[in-house]
Ligand binder design. Structure first.
Ligand code: HH2
Length: 338
């Protein structure tokens, strides 16, 4: 019997008044057609041609995340408490500085804060567990002690760090290894009940940019995330608790990163909220020649809005205030769509 080729459907956002327009993931964007993609080619089909189970995944409203309605875009402010992160390393190492930064991002419009104690920039070395705990936990404790009310996510690949962070008051587990780095992570994620961000990466930070290769980056990343969701479900973590992220810059060339951003709406087919992290990243430097990460604001905003055009529910950013301003204008221009 001839093997049936797997088909993927990328919803193509359109005017809400278009004939047959459906809401994308219960949010403000609509689609009336989709790109039907196989490993042999692509063609555009009406939304009515999408198989019902796949259409249901694309249209179902996403559950609230830590109380946040994901029908409109949300901002995750980055707080790296590391000496060596690629753009904000060393700035917020003391808990009082981290606290001030978190409060400032909140005031600028961050809906949640992502705290990381290990740089995962290309070439970064692993950080020992004790050191990562020492960097992150006092900051989370200080934030909660100060009455910081927004959700906090812990950006870590280690179950022990995620556990201690949750005990200190973190609400979300953001794992750039999608629960593959630490054998304990699946079990911890299940038992804790925390929402989890599953991010795609090829290889580990030390070597991931050496020579990344894919057959078709968009479809390969989709398949990988789909398999990670299946592994989570098999371990007792419901899909309703998961978010997905294509992992811009994690084992990807410039062409790979661009293909993932252009095709981002494909990932709604996984039935989970989509998070995009483009802020200040190397691909912006590669495109523009801007070497200083802190000077990549224009490119970060442009790439972030491209993600919103594809229905991304969460943007992970360093520059909260300016991105919030851009989102507010984007929302007004899309009025009736959002
Ligand atoms: N990017 C970085 C770290 N964590 N988490 C998710 N879910 N998505 C991302 O794109 C992502 C992430 C890398 O950026 P940054 O935290 O700014 O730098 P560093 O790893 O050097 O601390």
């Amino acid at each position: 019997m001839e093997e049936v080729e797997k088909a993927y459907y990328r919803p193509m956002p359109c005017d809400p008044a278009a004939a047959g327009a459906l809401r994308l993931a219960g949010g403000g964007l609509h689609f009336a057609s989709a790109e039907r993609i196989t490993r042999r080619g692509r063609r555009i089909v009406p939304a009515g041609d999408i198989p019902p189970d796949k259409l249901a995944r694309l249209t179902a409203p996403r559950p609230r995340l830590c109380g946040l309605d994901l029908a409109r875009p949300r901002l995750m402010g980055i707080l790296n408490v590391t000496p060596d992160s690629f753009s904000d390393g060393g700035l917020h190492v003391r808990p009082e500085d981290a606290l001030a930064r978190a409060e400032a991002m909140r005031a600028e419009g961050a809906d949640l804060i992502d705290i990381g104690g290990e740089s995962t920039r290309p070439g970064a070395e692993d950080v020992p567990e004790a050191e990562e705990l020492r960097r992150t936990i006092p900051v989370i404790r200080a934030l909660r002690a100060a009455g910081f009310a927004a959700p906090i996510s812990i950006d870590t690949r280690k179950a022990s760090v995620a556990r201690a962070a949750a005990e200190a008051g973190a609400d979300l587990f953001n794992d750039v290894s999608a629960l593959t780095f630490d054998a304990e992570s699946l079990a911890f994620a299940r038992a804790s009940g925390l929402p989890v961000i599953l991010m795609h990466a090829q290889g580990d930070p030390k070597t991931m940019q050496a020579d990344p290769r894919y057959e078709d980056v968009l479809l390969d990343v989709y398949d990988w995330l789909e398999a990670r969701i299946a592994a989570c479900e098999a371990a007792g973590i419901p899909r309703a608790r998961l978010m997905v992220d294509p992992g811009i810059g994690f084992g990807k060339t410039l062409a790979h990163n661009l293909a993932l951003i252009r095709g981002l709406s494909l990932f709604h087919g996984l039935g989970c909220p989509v998070l995009l992290g483009v802020s200040r990243k190397g691909f912006i430097g590669a495109l523009t020649g801007v070497r200083e990460a802190g000077q990549r604001l224009g490119g970060s905003v442009a790439a972030g809005l491209a993600g919103l055009d594809q229905g991304a529910q969460i943007l992970r950013v360093h520059d909260v205030g300016v991105t919030k301003q851009a989102i507010d204008v984007w929302l007004a221009l899309n009025e009736g769509r959002t």
